[in-house]
Design a protein around this ligand. Structure first.
Ligand code: KG4
Ligand code: ZN
Length: 330
């Protein structure tokens, strides 16, 4: 069975072709560079870029897979959460294809897909698990009792972890997105150089908050001459990253210990972060800690296709499809 996965919820236009459950025949990602000069995603620019990218990305994916449109059996597309105008582009494209090919559409929840991405490379994850989803728009701690059986344990009360990386990156002149640049810069810095706060580390619940930490970095920078800030940028990056990592790791580890789960799944774009991965594995020696390859951590069509396969029984026909800017995990 060949499943098409379409992802257009934010600033990546991505289309994948998945044979059965794990044979990824194509996964094309076109990351929009239009937003770089604004230091964040501009919704209308994102929609317009999806419109011009979606067909070339689809054709590129077919090419890579050596497939024809008629070979597609099932269409999966992100329907929530995300930028409404961006989601509509993928949704309209999916409905057009569905009509033309007479194939059903599975509406996919983007955050479920970030977790399910792990199944592409680790088809058997021991459940129940605790999943930490850390992306540009979301920070969520989830109890995965089984696939399709989720309970949200905690979430960020303000900025997402990736958003904090992006805002600090912008503040330090590192461009957008900030996450990969901060990780790179931090390699030559000292994570103990500046004592940034560890927000909500001991709040007694499983929620997060990153907006105060970002403000602390802003204050530290504001109190210094530009030359000093430039010279100490690696230390700022390393110290900021250490604060984010400590809170994420500690709260995830405590949830995993209390719930006595055999596995922890790290997912979403921030899961690309090396120090986060290493610290989580080191902290949870008795647990299997797993994460997808970087290309499957950031937004991609493959995770959408795999989730569509998981929920193939929920397929709808064109005309029955809608998008939602926000929607709880299914
Ligand atoms: O999952 P994703 O591609 O998009 C959303 O659904 O938001 O995540 C993008 C986020 C951005 O905020 C980016 O800065 C962050 O993931 N990110 C990283 C790294 N690579 C990407 N954050 C920290 N370290 C990284 N290596
Ligand atoms: Zn995402």
């Amino acid at each position: 069975m060949l499943t098409l996965g379409i992802e257009t919820s934010c600033d990546d236009t991505s289309i994948a072709l998945l044979e059965d459950e794990t044979d990824l025949r194509a996964n094309v990602v076109s990351s929009q560079i239009e937003h770089a000069e604004y230091g964040g995603v501009v919704p209308e620019l994102a929609s317009r870029a999806h419109v011009s990218n979606v067909l070339p990305v689809f054709e590129h994916a077919l090419d890579q897979a050596g497939a024809r449109p008629a070979d597609i059996d099932l269409i999966g597309v992100t329907h929530a959460p995300g930028l409404a105008g961006a989601l509509l582009v993928g949704g309209a494209f999916a409905q057009g294809l569905s009509l033309a090919l007479d194939r059903p559409i599975v509406p996919v929840h983007h955050l479920e897909a970030h977790m399910v991405a792990i199944l592409l490379e680790h088809p058997v994850v021991r459940l129940p698990a605790v999943a930490l989803i850390v992306s540009g728009g979301h920070t969520l701690l989830v109890h995965v009792r089984g696939w399709r059986r989720y309970e949200v344990l905690g979430r960020t009360r303000d900025d997402a972890a990736g958003e904090a990386f992006d805002k600090v990156g912008k503040l330090l002149g590192l461009g957008f997105p900030g996450g990969p640049a901060i990780e790179r810069e931090a390699r030559s810095g000292d994570p103990r150089a500046i004592d940034f706060p560890r927000p909500m580390l001991d709040s007694g619940d499983r929620d997060f908050s990153f907006s105060g930490l970002k403000t602390s970095v802003l204050q530290w920078v504001g109190e210094r001459e530009p030359a000093e800030v430039a010279a100490r940028r690696p230390d700022v990056c390393a110290s900021f990253q250490a604060a984010v990592v400590e809170v994420l790791v500690e709260k995830t580890a405590r949830a995993a210990e209390t719930l006595e789960v055999p596995s922890v799944i790290l997912a979403g774009g921030v899961a690309c972060n090396g120090p986060l991965r290493e610290a989580l594995r080191a902290r949870l020696a008795d647990c299997e800690v797993v994460w997808p390859s970087p290309i499957l951590c950031t937004d991609n069509g493959a995770m959408i296709a795999r989730t569509a396969v998981l929920r193939a029984d929920e397929a709808v026909r064109p005309g029955e499809f809608d998008v939602h800017a926000s929607l709880p995990l299914p």
